[in-house]
Design a protein around this ligand. Structure first.
Ligand SMILES: *Cc1c(COP(=O)(O)O)cnc(C)c1O
Length: 460
C-alpha cells in the first residue's frame, strides 16, 4: 500500500503525534465547538467541564477556521419522530426473552453523517435492522465504538441516568480515536434522553422499581468504499435493550489472571477507548476462563504482571501496607491501557470525599469503616500475592456499569489461587459501602433522590 502523505501540522511543528494531530483536525471539521476542549483530545478522558485545563494543553489549542462552521453539526433539536405501528410486548420478568439480551424497545435513534454534508437531522424511528453495504468500513476495519449505560427505574418511581455526560464525552473520545466524526456530547445526551423518555414508560414500568434497561449508543463507519482510509460516511445509533436484573454475585467472582501469551491493551494502543476492536479479540480467553469456572479474566500487562482491568470492569484492591496504612488501590490512567470507567471515577470520588481522613462527612464513621488512603498507581499481581500471604489483603472488587460493584473472592495466577477475604460474607465492607452509595443515587433511595450524579428523565 502507498504510504500516507503527511503534512506536518503547523501547531506542533513535528509529525510525531499523528493520531493527536489527526483528531484535532477532524474535530475542527466535524464539531468545531469541541475543538477548543483540549481535554477531549489531550487527556482523552471524561474530564468534568469545570476542571481547569493545563497551560500546556491550552497552548496547543487549534484555532477554529472560518470553513469549520459550514457543515451542519449534530443537532438534537432537529430530531424527527416516526413512531412504531407494530408495538411489541415487554418481556415478563424472569422470562427467557428478558435474559436473552436480544429484545430491544420499540424505538431507536439514528443520525447519519457524511464528509460532504456533515450531520443530517437525527431521527427517532421504529427499532429494526440496519442496511449496510457489505463493503462498509466498520465490517472490515473495526471502525466502531460504543458506550454502555443504564436507564434506572427508581424506588421513587422516577427514571434516571447515572452521570450520562461522562459517557457522552467518552464516546466522543472513542470516535476521535478511530477516525469517526465528532459531535457535541450534549447533543448525544439530548438524543439519549429523548429515546429514554419515549420508551421508558412502557419498557420500564413503574411496577418494576429497581429494574433497568441497558443503553447502547454506537457509532459505525458506514462508508461503502473498501479502501483502507478515513471513512467518509458514518452512522450514529442508540438502542435500549432489555436485561435481566443483576445476578446474584454473593459468592464473589473468581478471576483468572491472563497468561503471558496475551494482553488486552498496550501503550500506544487504544485500550483507553471503548472501541469494538478491544473486545472481539478478548473473547477466546474469556470463553476459556468461563469453561474453567472463572467469571472474568484479570488482564495483566508486561513482564512485571501489572494489573490493568478485570474483564470489561475496572479492578480495585483494598490492602494494608507493610507500615500498616489502609489503602484503596486501582490502576492509574497514565499509560492509556486502562479504560476511564464512570464507575471507577465515581468510586474514587466517593472514597476521596467520604472515606479519607480529611473528608467532608462522617460516612466512614457512619458505616463503621476505617478511613482509607486512595491511590491510583501502577501495581502488580505480585504485590497482591504478597499482601495475601502476609495477611494484609483486605478485599478486592471489579467495578463497571455492566457488573456494577462485584466483590472478588479468588484470583488464579500461575497455578496458584489467591484467596481474597470478604469481611461481610458476601462482600468486603468497602465494596458494600460503594455499592450502597451508588445504588442510592441510581435508584433514588437512601436519601439520595436528588444527588447531582442522578440525571432524572421526564417520561413522555
Ligand atoms: C466499559 C468498561 C469499563 C467500565 O466502565 P464504566 O463506565 O464504569 O461502565 C471498564 N473497563 C472496560 C475495558 C470497559 O469496556
Amino acid at each position: 500500500m502507498a504510504p500516507i502523505a503527511v503534512t506536518p501540522p503547523n501547531h506542533s511543528g513535528n509529525v510525531t503525534d499523528l493520531t493527536q494531530d489527526g483528531i484535532k483536525t477532524a474535530l475542527l471539521k466535524t464539531a468545531p465547538s469541541q475543538a477548543n476542549s483540549a481535554s477531549m483530545t489531550d487527556s482523552l478522558t471524561a474530564t468534568p467541564p469545570n476542571e481547569p485545563t493545563t497551560a500546556a494543553a491550552n497552548s496547543q489549542k487549534p484555532t477554529p477556521t472560518s470553513t469549520a462552521a459550514e457543515l451542519p453539526t449534530l443537532d438534537a433539536s432537529k430530531v424527527t419522530c416516526t413512531y412504531t405501528q407494530t408495538p411489541r410486548a415487554v418481556p415478563v420478568v424472569g422470562s427467557p426473552e428478558m435474559a436473552s439480551q436480544k429484545v430491544c424497545t420499540d424505538h431507536m435513534i439514528q443520525a447519519q453523517w457524511t464528509v460532504s454534508t456533515g450531520w443530517q437531522a437525527p431521527s427517532l424511528q421504529p427499532y429494526g435492522p440496519l442496511s449496510l453495504a457489505p463493503t462498509a468500513s466498520c465490517l472490515h476495519y473495526a471502525t466502531e465504538c460504543f458506550e454502555g449505560m443504564k436507564l434506572y427505574r427508581g424506588h421513587d418511581l422516577k427514571l434516571r441516568l447515572f452521570r450520562p455526560q461522562l459517557n457522552c464525552r467518552r464516546m466522543l473520545m472513542s470516535t476521535n480515536r478511530i477516525a469517526l466524526p465528532a459531535f457535541d456530547p450534549d447533543q448525544l445526551l439530548a438524543l439519549i434522553v429523548k429515546l429514554c423518555a419515549t420508551d421508558g414508560k412502557k419498557w420500564l414500568p413503574k411496577d418494576r422499581p429497581g429494574h433497568f434497561l441497558y443503553i447502547r449508543p454506537t457509532m459505525i463507519a458506514s462508508d461503502p468504499a473498501l479502501g483502507v482510509e478515513r471513512p467518509k460516511e458514518a452512522l450514529l445509533f442508540v438502542l435500549l435493550c432489555c436485561f435481566a436484573p443483576m445476578g446474584d454475585m454473593s459468592g464473589g467472582i473468581k478471576l483468572l489472571a491472563s497468561q503471558d501469551d496475551m494482553c488486552r491493551a498496550w501503550p500506544g494502543g487504544f485500550g483507553y477507548a471503548k472501541v469494538g476492536a478491544n473486545y472481539g479479540p478478548s473473547l477466546v480467553a474469556q470463553g476459556e476462563a468461563r469453561k474453567k469456572g472463572y467469571h472474568q479474566i484479570l488482564w495483566l500487562f508486561g513482564d512485571d504482571c501489572t494489573i490493568t482491568e478485570a474483564g470489561a470492569s475496572n479492578f480495585f484492591v483494598v490492602w494494608r501496607t507493610q507500615e500498616g496504612r489502609l489503602q484503596l488501590v486501582t490502576a492509574d490512567l497514565a499509560e492509556k491501557i486502562v479504560l476511564d470507567g464512570v464507575t471507577r471515577r465515581s468510586i474514587l470520588e466517593l472514597a476521596r470525599r467520604r472515606l479519607t481522613g480529611t473528608s467532608e462527612g462522617v460516612a466512614a464513621a457512619a458505616a463503621q469503616l476505617e478511613t482509607i488512603e486512595v491511590v491510583e498507581r501502577k501495581f502488580t499481581v505480585f504485590e497482591i500475592e504478597k499482601a495475601a500471604s502476609e495477611g494484609r489483603l483486605v478485599e478486592a472488587f471489579a467495578a463497571g456499569t455492566a457488573w456494577f460493584v462485584a466483590p472478588i473472592s479468588q484470583i488464579h495466577f500461575r497455578g496458584k489461587d489467591i484467596e481474597v477475604p470478604m469481611a461481610k460474607g458476601a462482600s468486603g465492607a468497602y465494596a458494600e459501602f460503594f455499592k450502597k452509595s451508588l445504588q442510592g443515587i441510581m435508584w433514588g433511595s437512601h436519601g439520595m433522590e436528588s444527588h447531582e450524579w442522578g440525571h432524572v428523565v421526564e417520561e413522555e
